[in-house]
Design a protein around this ligand. Structure first.
Ligand code: 5CA
Ligand code: ZN
Length: 413
């Protein structure tokens, strides 16, 4: 699947600062393992959208957090291999398409198009590999076969295949949840604890046998379609190797999705740990309630840009809070961000010494390297008195994706 155009990212002045991020598995902030893979790159996999409704500010916030990581790794001189999936075969798509009387494939295509244009407007660096579930059926079949071959999965009636939570000793290391919490989130987030015949109520579906009215692909275990978690395991590891640096998404993916994505890959390949870091962004709410498609309390990126808000202001509104914090979005936050951007632009027109400008850049790099401390980064820029030869502007653009020279795009908005 094609992704979206790459924004221009200027080189960032100043010295590299080692990037440290909170890892959900180790429950600590630690340095990102930037040991290059066989291709000399740092691998990052971020779970993509389920394209049945427009991108909202919550999605945007999560992808922007990983964009900050991407930009920082690049500014530190690393080549990043960024992979993202699209869950374009899944129940929510079928349900929404049936409700609206449209083909689920068409619905997916139209929502992916909207997502691409939102990401482009926000200046998010695109994944190099942007892979739909439909494009990766063979990869999933291969992984399910490997799981069955390793005795890590079993078949039930109806052509369903389940992976056993007993398959890896380390199961649970990623989310660090107790059994009761696992059961709670499993039931809440797409699991099927009540399915008769499962060896453990938490075992996860890796292949769903064909049911009437659902799309199906042929496989050695009968016609059907991929389970959710295994899709991400296959797409990630086939491009980034059995072990890669960062696996990411919103905090609602920590369990069961990322626990099982890791467990499936670890069981299939016999490796102890799929990703060096499991990184999770907090949930964005509107007036105190988590923004979600099912609740319908959504603020859309394209609506904000149509209303004339600058992409840079949308970024700054979301960066005003820490990425791991569950937090509220509001128009007052957006208006404050717009004013902030205006003040920064005025300041950027004032000349300061090179040393002063480089000190601001160093502060910005240090704040972001400290588990993406954007509130501190923004405070440093609030206090900056000016710029020197565009050094600060280049760092703000390169690291935060915010332009201090209004572009023609933003001036037309
Ligand atoms: N397709 C799967 C991942 S394989 C999926 O979760 N899709 S999604 O469309 O539901 O969500 C896409 C990303 O946005 C996920 O990382 C999810 O955690 C994140 N997300 C969803 N709602 C919010 C929210 N309110 N705030 C922040 N991030 C959110
Ligand atoms: Zn995923």
């Amino acid at each position: 699947m094609h992704s979206w155009p790459t924004p221009s990212v200027p080189p960032v002045p100043g010295e590299a600062v080692v990037l440290r991020l909170y890892d959900t598995a180790d429950q600590a902030v630690k340095a990102v393992d930037v040991t290059p893979d066989a291709n000399g790159e740092v691998g990052m996999y971020v779970c993509g959208i389920t394209p049945y409704d427009s991108t909202h500010l919550g999605h945007a916030a999560t992808y922007l957090a990983f964009d900050l990581i991407h930009r920082q790794l690049a500014a530190n001189g690393h080549r990043v291999h960024y992979v993202q999936n699209i869950t374009d075969v899944d129940d929510p798509l079928f349900e929404r398409a049936a409700r609206d009387g449209v083909d689920w494939r068409e619905l997916g295509i139209s929502q992916i198009d909207l997502f691409r244009s939102d990401m482009e407007q926000l200046g998010v660096i695109p994944p190099r590999d942007y892979i739909g579930a439909m494009e990766s059926i063979d990869e999933v079949i291969e992984m399910v076969s490997a799981l069955l071959g390793a005795g890590a999965a079993y078949r039930l009636d109806g052509g369903d295949v389940y992976a056993s939570i007993e398959a890896t000793e380390q199961f649970g290391y990623e989310s660090n949840l107790g059994r009761a919490e696992m059961e709670h989130f499993f039931a809440e987030r797409g699991g099927d604890p009540e399915r008769p015949g499962k060896r453990d109520s938490l075992d996860a579906l890796v292949w769903r046998g064909h049911r009437g009215g659902e799309p199906a692909w042929d496989s050695p275990f009968g016609p059907g379609r991929p389970g959710w978690h295994v899709e991400c395991s296959a797409i990630a590891t086939n491009r980034l190797g059995h072990r890669f640096s960062i696996q990411g998404g919103g905090s609602d993916l920590a369990f069961p999705h990322h626990e099982f994505s890791a467990a499936h890959a670890e069981a299939a390949y016999g490796v102890p740990r799929m990703a060096g870091h499991y990184v999770h962004a907090g949930m964005i709410a509107l007036d105190g309630t988590k923004m979600s498609k099912s609740l319908g309390n959504l603020v859309f990126v394209h609506k904000l840009t149509e209303e004339g808000y600058e992409p840079g202001a949308i970024r700054l509104a979301l960066f005003a809070g820490h990425y791991r914090q569950d937090r509220d979005f509001s128009y007052s936050l957006l208006d404050a961000a717009t004013s902030r951007l205006t003040r920064w632009r005025e300041a950027a027109g004032r000349e300061v010494s090179e040393a002063e400008a480089l000190a601001v850049v160093a502060g910005l790099r240090a704040a972001l390297a400290d588990d993406l401390d954007t509130p501190r980064a923004l405070a440093i820029l609030d206090a900056a008195e000016g710029d020197h030869d565009g050094l600060v502007a280049a760092a703000v653009d390169g690291l935060l994706g915010v332009q201090l020279q209004p572009t023609s795009r933003t001036m037309n908005a």
